[in-house]
Structure formats: C-alpha cells, structure tokens
Design a protein around this ligand. Structure first.
Ligand code: HEC
Ligand code: HEC
Length: 288
C-alpha cells in the first residue's frame, strides 16, 4: 500500500518534471534561428550553458545588457534584444552576419570590459552565437544584410592622404573626432548612444588599436556601414569607394603611435609645405 503510493507519487513527480522541462528545452531550440560559421553549426542549448557561465553577469539573463555588473561598466554591455550591433560588414540598419558576430566575440572590444573569447573553442563560440540570437525577434523576421563590397586598396600616396584630409573636412568628421583626431570636436560632448548614455568619439591620436579590428579593411568598413546604436553614421551614400580608401589613409596620419606609410608620406609633406596646409574645420569655424 505504502509502496504503491510512493510509486504513484514518483510517477506524478516525473510527469510534472517532464511537463516543466520538455517545453523549456523545445523553446530554446525553436527560438534560435541557429548560427553557422566556418562549417560549424551552433547549438543554442549548449550556448545557453556557456552564456550563463561567462556572459550573464554583464549582458544579463534576458540578454538586455543589464546584467548585475552592468551599472558599473562604461561603455555598457550590448543589448541583444534590440540587436543593434556595431561591428558589421553589412549596411547600416541591417543585422550583422554570423561571421561578424563571431569575429567580435573572438576579438573582444579593446578599451572596454568586453573580453576576448579566444580561450573558448570555435564550436563554443558558435554555440554562444546561436544562443544570443535567440534573444531578439529581429533574427526571425529579418535576414542579415548583404556584406558591402570592399575594392582593392590603392597605394598609400600623398595624393591619397591629401584627398582623404579634404574629405575628413567636408564630411565634418572633425566635428566629432576633432581636427587632430583627438576625439574632442565641438559636438563630442553632446553625443549619446541608443540608450541615451554619453558616448565618446574615437581618439585617433592616443589610440593604437581600433574596436573594429586592426586592418585598413576594418577601418574602411566602419564608415561605409556606420556603428549602429551610436551617433557614428554610415557615409556609404556620400562616399565613392576610392574616396573611402583615401579617408582610411588620412586616418592613419592621425595616429602618431602607429607606424604607417601614409603617416610617413604626410610627415614628409608637412615639413616642406607648411604654408599650404589649411587647418581642418576652418570654414565652419571649428578649426584649431
Ligand atoms: C565584463 C563584462 C562583459 C562580459 C563578461 C561579456 N561582455 Fe560582451 N560586451 C561587453 C561590453 C561592455 C560591450 C560593449 C562594448 C562597446 O560598446 O564598445 C560588449 C559587447 C558585446 C557584443 C556586441 C558586438 C557588436 O557588434 O555590437 C557581443 C556580440 C558580445 N558582447 C558578446 C559577448 C559574449 C558572447 C559574452 C560571453 C562569452 C560576453 N559578451 C561577455 C561586456 C561584456
Ligand atoms: C556625429 C559624430 C560623429 C561623426 C560626424 C563621425 N564620427 Fe566616427 N565615431 C563617432 C563615435 C561616437 C564613435 C565611437 C563609437 C563607439 O564607441 O562604439 C566613432 C567611431 C569611429 C571609428 C571607429 C574606431 C574603432 O574603434 O573601431 C572610426 C574609424 C570613425 N569613427 C571614423 C569616422 C570618419 C572617417 C568620419 C567622417 C567621414 C566620422 N567618423 C564621423 C562619432 C562620429
């Protein structure tokens, strides 16, 4: 009698557990649209375990960027629910590709608290990706954008640098980044991100590494795709591909701590053409 009661109780418990957990498991799988990088397929269920171990304290259980440590962190951890991602190969307003997100997770974000996740295996990183894509309904209703085309880089000549400098002036990059690229342009103090929090323009003068990566291609992508969720716009509609390369070459001259051919060309030119060089932002009254 007592035994059969226990048996029935056990059955009941087992059924309740099944009812509780089975839909949970199905939910996690259904909700993720999956992730594919370099022939690996992400498993959102595995990703969830990793997320709870490594990411939750910053990005939060709901993926909204409000983990328990978030209030202490500047810039704040990304909100995966709005799914506005910064470092993309895709046009402004579109979702990034799996490769874009994988690369960011792998690289980390320099000068912020977002660490590099290279110590995790590639499979683990793709699993995480599959899981973080389950936080936003955007992944179900929209496809990632088509990556922009990056034409071959022309040589770093003084003509390219000078034209880039002219564009930096015309496009008013200096309004935010400052005429010397120190991140101190006249608009710099007024800028806020998509959450209304203050955000600083990049300081080319003091920085040695970019958040977007290391190469000239990475820089090219930044102003042709924009950094969604920040005031840094896309200039894809106003810049021709070769103009964008000239701008990349000019940006390199703003980095005294980073060696580049563009900077050498510029320094040599500067010595011999002192009187011809006009300050940036002069016409708009924002020059130095
Ligand atoms: C110590 C806090 C911290 C931890 C832990 C952390 N992140 Fe982040 N993460 C950040 C911050 C801060 C940013 C935003 C950086 C910025 O805006 O410059 C960020 C940004 C991101 C982005 C946004 C990239 C883009 O293009 O906008 C992704 C994706 C991301 N994190 C994934 C992860 C994953 C996956 C984990 C766990 C394996 C993780 N993060 C763990 C702090 C953290
Ligand atoms: C309205 C202000 C504004 C203007 C105009 C602007 N930027 Fe930015 N830019 C920013 C902000 C803010 C950031 C930093 C975003 C972040 O922290 O994630 C940024 C970041 C960047 C970065 C990324 C550096 C990295 O770490 O990855 C590059 C490159 C850049 N800007 C180049 C340009 C160029 C070139 C122009 C002009 C064609 C320009 N910006 C115009 C505000 C601006």
């Amino acid at each position: 009698m007592v035994r059969s009661k226990i048996a029935i109780w056990r059955l009941f418990l087992a059924a309740t557990c099944l009812a509780l957990f089975v839909p949970g498991a199905a939910y996690a799988q259904e909700e993720s649209v999956g992730a594919h990088v370099n022939g690996l397929t992400g498993d959102a269920h595995e990703g969830k375990k990793l997320y709870r171990r490594f990411c939750i304290g910053c990005h939060g259980a709901e993926g909204n960027g409000e983990g328990e440590n978030a209030v202490w962190i500047d810039p704040r951890p990304r909100d995966f629910v709005t799914a506005l991602f910064r470092w993309r190969s895709t046009p402004t307003g579109t979702l990034p590709t799996d490769d874009d997100l994988y690369n960011t997770i792998t690289r980390g974000v320099v000068d912020t608290l977002m660490p590099t996740w290279r110590p995790l295996t590639p499979q683990q990183r793709v699993d995480l990706l599959a899981y973080i894509k389950s936080f936003s309904p955007r992944w179900k209703s929209q496809k990632p954008g088509t990556p922009i085309q990056i034409p071959a880089e022309p040589p770093e000549t003084i003509d390219s640098v000078l034209h880039g400098r002219q564009l930096f002036d015309q496009m008013q990059c200096w309004k935010c980044h400052g005429p010397e690229g120190r991140g101190d342009g006249p608009s710099a103090v007024t800028l806020t991100d998509d959450k209304g929090l203050p955000i600083k323009p990049y300081n080319f003068h003091d920085g040695t590494r970019f958040r977007c990566g290391e190469t000239n291609q990475d820089l090219y992508k930044i102003f042709m795709t924009g950094l969604d969720g920040t005031p840094m716009p896309s200039f894809a509609d106003s810049l021709k591909p070769n103009d964008a390369w000239d701008l990349v070459h000019f940006l390199r001259t703003l980095q005294p701590l980073v060696k580049s051919k563009s900077r050498d060309e510029w320094e040599a030119y500067r010595k011999t053409h002192q009187n011809e060089i006009k300050p940036l932002g002069e016409q708009a009254g924002g020059g130095q």
